[in-house]
Design a protein around this ligand. Structure first.
Ligand code: SF4
Ligand code: SF4
Length: 87
């Protein structure tokens, strides 16, 4: 299967790995991924659970992802999964 590919600055071809999902059970809501994504793909969700509040991240704008995987590198909980996208 052919996937969407890009070019590096020196014209080397590469296959972007686009954000597929964030596991909300693993996410601790630290916000690192939210800060590192320059394309506004990731957004916070706040849950009120009786006396405490929990925050986790969700894939808010999947269509804006460029497949750089920077978000996954910031996540100590390994909550991210990625995939190439068919061309
Ligand atoms: S970096 Fe990982 S643990 Fe932190 S908010 Fe993002 S998904 Fe959650
Ligand atoms: S792969 Fe890159 S563009 Fe996509 S959500 Fe993660 S940091 Fe943002």
């Amino acid at each position: 299967m052919a996937y969407i590919t890009g070019l590096t600055r020196d014209r080397q071809e590469w296959t972007p790995q686009f954000l597929k999902a964030i596991d909300e059970d693993l996410c601790i809501g630290c916000g690192r991924c939210f800060k590192v994504c320059s394309h506004d793909v990731i957004g916070p969700v706040e849950l009120d659970e009786e006396d405490s509040a929990k925050m986790y991240m969700r894939v808010a704008n999947p269509g804006r992802c460029i497949g750089c995987q920077a978000c996954g590198r910031t996540c100590s909980k390994k909550a991210f999964s990625f995939e190439p996208v068919p061309a």
